[in-house]
Ligand binder design. Sequence first.
Ligand code: DAH
Length: 347
Amino acid sequence: MLDKLNQLCEDALAELKSQDKQDKIDTQTALDEWYGRVIGRKGAVTLLLRRVGELPREERPAFGRRANEAKQALEAAYEARAQEIKAAELACSLREGAIDVTMPGRPLPMGRLHPSTQVLRNIYDIFAQMGFQVYHSPEVETDEYNFQWLNMPPHHPARDMWDTFYTTQEGIILRTHTSPGQIRAMREFCPEPIRLILPGMCYRYEQISARSEIQFNQVEGLAVGRHVTLTDLKGTMIEFTRRLYGAERVMRFRSSHFPFTEPSVEVDMDCILCQGEGCPVCKYTGWLEIAGAGMVHPVVLRNGGYDPDEYSGFAFGMGPERIAMQVYSITDIRQFWANDLRFLEQF
Ligand code: DAH
């Protein structure tokens, strides 16, 4: 039995020391399993020690002594191995969690301004230099502001130019253009002279395509005072365009029709890509349309509170997305609200 004890002890110690990859005891769990198997309550050594009574009386003291030594040796080996495992685990976690302070930091992705916002801000800057203030007016409008007070009575065919989103509330619509802000501004400032731009989102009930969106920005301009003339409108549009697109731009004013201006014009400039030669961007006309404009209609002036016999004014409306499309050769207007980073990150 003494031999068996010695053998058990030797095997168990050898197992602890084994470097063999497969049965290496290198985790606390494996070590605990070893402990249970060897000196736990049902461990091989423990069970053997219980059998001491089977020995002849004279052999028992020697066996007892040896048994105690063996148990102590095994306990000590267990403790030592446990320490080693703990140290190894600590070293490993230190190695894995190590921070190299000389490494460059991870760059944070920087946000940027949406291309429409960039163009809007350029427009604000230029008009601010010319003495125009920014005036905000609501995106949810009444039929009166959006149409009637702009000289478009109910059922007037001129309304066909603007397809509207109606709300379930009678007479409440999403504005189709920024022009209703003209009435709001005039009513607020009358009889003072006015020099404003009115930027913001507009909505139209339209088939979405590469050229039309149901939502887009506009920038409206409005100047009202005594002796404001068509020449002032032309000068303002020419100056604005040259500051935005370059001093060499050539302008063209074509007569047109809007219910809220008389006379009305379309403002064109020579195509920035082909310098008027003709290319796909200008559809081979050599010209790009940049704004609708005109002298504020007497009916509209009166609806704003100004006497058209004393006051006159000019107004214009332009689309920042259209401007961005021209400047950056963007061929599909749907890109603006598609939230595609591959598009947005180019600006
Ligand atoms: N509101 C017009 C539109 O959405 C644009 C416009 C044309 C505005 C002429 C004006 C203007 O102020 O005078 O099509």
